[in-house]
Design a protein around this ligand. Structure first.
Ligand SMILES: Cc1cc2nc3c(=O)[nH]c(=O)nc-3n(C[C@H](O)[C@H](O)[C@H](O)COP(=O)(O)OP(=O)(O)OC[C@H]3O[C@@H](n4cnc5c(N)ncnc54)[C@H](O)[C@@H]3O)c2cc1C
Length: 270
């Protein structure tokens, strides 16, 4: 009979646990994020669910300091089910229409999962060609070091990258900004960015993550997603630096950005 050595169950710190897991798997493990900002387990999941306010969510979800729920790690790891979250939201409102926005977002998660099940090859392959005027082979395959090191020189983006590393969480808008910057400003393939996010997000999910990267990149949508500094300023609070002098390359009109980022496309209408 094989002789098994019991694995340790307690560690001096999260870092020590991550190091131990790395020795078992033989793979590098991303630096541990601040676990205190996100507690695991069913009780913590139920507490997060009890705090959901679908009405406030509908009114403010696009803002970084809006009433977003941070339920994604619990949903991702099966601690909460989509069904129970939807039922909870419906029970929390007087009229089901008040929970509509929130349930629509849950539906996105369900949609990406169904695509993954039906077409697993879409997770790492371009679903369609880029609609940016560039072929896939014109994009770099590796993420530049300044992005990895949060030293792009675009201050708001460096803040988002630091937030990702420190908390393992990013608001949806911040995820979209970083993805768009990686793919469209730096012309790096979405796959490199998707791997990077998967290494650091507590809710890291191949379907929601990779298909959202493809949506931003335009390989799974009609056009590339881009943003400008006005948009960041509109949706972020005082904690994010949106001064023009610290974020110059984002301080443009959409017309100018389209010309700069997609010179092969010609004038953009609509
Ligand atoms: C580039 C990019 C990468 C992403 N990577 C992931 C990922 O790895 N894992 C992940 O769970 N989500 C991912 N998302 C989707 C979304 O950003 C997160 O689900 C959401 O920000 C999680 O925070 P929350 O729980 O506070 O969301 P809330 O806004 O409170 O939404 C409630 C729940 O609805 C679901 N949801 C909300 N928005 C979306 C969306 N756009 N797509 C799919 N489900 C959504 C989530 O399960 C979320 O927990 C990604 C989005 C982008 C643009």
């Amino acid at each position: 009979m094989a002789n098994y050595t019991p694995l340790p169950k307690t560690f001096a710190s999260t870092e020590a646990m991550a190091e131990f897991v790395a020795t078992l798997s033989g793979e590098a493990v991303a630096p541990a994020c601040d676990s205190a900002s996100s507690q695991g387990g069913r009780m913590a999941g139920e507490a997060a669910l009890a705090a959901v306010d679908p009405v406030a969510y509908g009114a403010s979800r696009n803002h970084l300091d809006g009433a977003v729920t941070r339920l994604s790690p619990y949903l991702r790891h099966g601690i909460l089910s989509l069904d129970e979250v939807r039922n909870h939201a419906l029970a929390a409102v007087a009229d089901p229409r008040q929970a509509e926005k929130f349930i629509q977002e849950l539906a996105w998660r369900d949609y990406w999962q169904r695509i993954y099940l039906a077409y697993p090859d879409r997770i790492w392959n371009d679903v369609e060609a880029y609609k940016t005027g560039f072929d896939a082979d014109e994009y770099d395959t590796a993420l530049p070091a300044d992005i990895i090191n949060a030293q792009t020189g675009v201050t708001c983006l460096d803040q988002f990258i630091t937030m990702l590393y420190e908390t393992g969480y990013l608001h949806n808008h911040a995820r979209m900004y970083l993805a768009a910057y990686v793919v469209h400003w730096r012309r790096v393939r979405w796959q490199a960015g998707a791997v990077w996010f998967l290494e650091h997000l507590l809710d890291a999910d191949p379907a929601s993550n990779n298909l959202s990267w493809q949506w931003v990149a335009s390989t799974f949508s009609k056009k590339p997603y881009i943003f400008n500094l006005d948009n960041v300023a509109k949706y972020t609070g005082h904690d994010i630096n949106t001064r023009m002098s610290d974020n110059r390359i984002l301080a443009c009109s959409y017309e100018k950005l389209n010309k700069l980022l997609f010179p092969n496309l010609g004038p953009v209408h609509g």
